[in-house]
Ligand binder design. Structure first.
Ligand SMILES: Cc1cc2nc3c(=O)[nH]c(=O)nc-3n(C[C@H](O)[C@H](O)[C@H](O)COP(=O)(O)OP(=O)(O)OC[C@H]3O[C@@H](n4cnc5c(N)ncnc54)[C@H](O)[C@@H]3O)c2cc1C
Length: 422
């Protein structure tokens, strides 16, 4: 046991929280410092004054094949804060034509369901699925459009919604390798791995609050509203952390885990190469007064042919996500709401109905751009300084920049900190 060795974690997004939880489990002494007044970073809930509801900054889909998330939830005692559909199913609606279909991965490990016309994407030919197999071995340099025909119906009906949801990047230019990794671990492994999970009472109540409670029980010192402004390093290690309110000397046997976003890490660490491009996500939350449902009664719906990409239902609120939102993220909120509402109204069978009470949330730097070029800039956990480790969805996890990647990176950094302390 490594009791007493100290690790300073900066950033209380999911990477930093996961690093703190794992470090505490390993018996390290933890200090967690967050620049914002609250934890959660890009994955958080808040009480919205317009809707009078707790809403999330954006819809977050978690899948059965997310081992780091489930290990984290197990550690903080919050597995029951997620609910899942009984079997994997992904309903879609094309709002331009009214066509609707549902992709239903089979329960088994082998994707035999791809051969069943009732379970797969309409208009798709078996040949289209050949690309799915080839993409599993795509090299790091490959774009999605090198593997799939962007003119084929399968592109608009399957590849594009998948790439937008998972990579938050224009589908054609997105990384084939990252998408292949997700396919290998989800759809190609069948039902359990592809089952979608939802934080029924919000992201905060599932992923953030139980972690803070665990840290408190573990006597972890957590500070908010203290921003790291700089670091002193020598040839070998970090020697000081310079916060707004204090300077912390880093002892020779202490470790620093920097769990801030890519652009912050790039500014804080001299010479660190980080991804340089980000993509926005726009979320629109609409309060619907009378009862409504999506196709199949599922709590979510993929949309093509309009502005919105995915719709999620929680209570009387429909939340619509537009990934890789481009110029939409610069439009005025009312215009954004009107454009997205047209799709939502169609999806709940009320086309042309007036815009209800709503809230627009624009996350201008929601994730790094997940093109092959940007993926190549993601640094590993260890740095050239022996006591400085990196965590965050943007580090080289081999996964897309998602909650699973963020949590996994934090847990991995904590394991390395534990090894350093031995
Ligand atoms: C709208 C939206 C929708 C998304 N949808 C999905 C989804 O469906 N599925 C999915 O898996 N992922 C999704 N993601 C991505 C997911 O939210 C992120 O991958 C994850 O939250 C990143 O966590 P992180 O800890 O790496 O970074 P962050 O959450 O950015 O955490 C970094 C923390 O560091 C703090 N910080 C920054 N600078 C300093 C400093 N100088 N000093 C101290 N603290 C500092 C920040 O305040 C922040 O709390 C979505 C993201 C957004 C924005």
């Amino acid at each position: 046991m490594t009791q007493g060795r100290k690790v300073h974690i900066v950033g209380a997004g999911l990477a930093g929280l996961a690093a703190a939880v794992r470090s505490a489990e390993l018996g390290l002494q933890v200090q967690l410092s967050e620049g914002a007044p609250q934890a959660g970073g890009r994955c958080r809930s808040f009480e919205d004054s317009v809707l009078g509801r707790i809403i999330d900054n954006g819809n977050h889909l978690i899948l059965g094949a997310n081992p780091a998330i489930f290990a984290y939830l197990g550690a903080i005692g919050a597995v029951d804060k997620l609910t899942s559909l009984e079997s994997a199913c992904f309903p879609f609606l094309d709002v331009s034509s009214g066509a609707a279909w549902t992709v239903r991965p089979g329960a088994g490990r082998w994707p035999w369901w791809l051969l069943d016309p009732d379970r797969r994407v309409p208009g798709a030919r078996l040949a289209d699925y050949w690309a799915m197999l080839r993409i599993l071995n795509a090299p790091a340099s490959a774009r999605l459009d090198e593997y799939v025909n962007v003119q084929a119906p399968m592109f608009a009906r399957f590849w594009e919604p998948l790439a937008l949801a998972v990579l938050n990047t224009e589908a054609a230019a997105s990384s084939a390798r990252l998408l292949g990794r997700v396919l290998a671990e989800t759809l190609m492994r069948g039902g359990a791995a592809s089952r979608p999970y939802f934080a029924h009472a919000g992201l905060g109540s599932a992923l953030v609050d139980p972690a803070l409670a665990f840290l408190e029980r573990s006597s972890v010192a957590t500070r908010f509203s203290c921003r790291l402004r700089g670091m002193d390093v020598n040839d070998d290690r970090v020697t000081r952390l310079i916060f707004d309110d204090e300077v912390i000397e880093i002892g020779a046997d202490e470790t620093v885990i920097l769990a801030v976003p890519s652009w912050e890490a790039g500014a804080l660490i001299p010479g660190l190469v980080v991804p340089t491009e980000t993509r926005p996500i726009v979320n629109a939350h609409f309060q619907i007064e009378s009862a409504f449902d999506f196709a199949d009664g599922a709590p979510f719906l993929g949309v093509i042919g309009g502005t919105a990409h995915w719709l999620f239902r929680r209570g009387d609120v429909v939340s619509a996500t537009v990934s890789a939102a481009g110029v939409l993220a610069d439009d005025v909120a009312l215009q954004v709401a009107e454009a997205i509402w047209r799709d939502v109204a169609a999806a709940i069978g009320r086309p042309g109905s007036p815009l209800p009470r709503h809230r627009i949330i624009k996350e201008k730097r929601a994730t790094i751009a997940q093109t092959p070029g940007q993926d190549a800039l993601r640094p590993p956990t260890a740095t050239r300084w022996r006591n400085l480790l990196l965590a965050g969805d943007w580090t080289q996890t081999g996964l897309p920049a998602t909650i699973e990647g963020a949590v996994g990176s934090g847990r991995h950094a904590a394991e390395l900190a534990g090894n350093l302390a031995k």
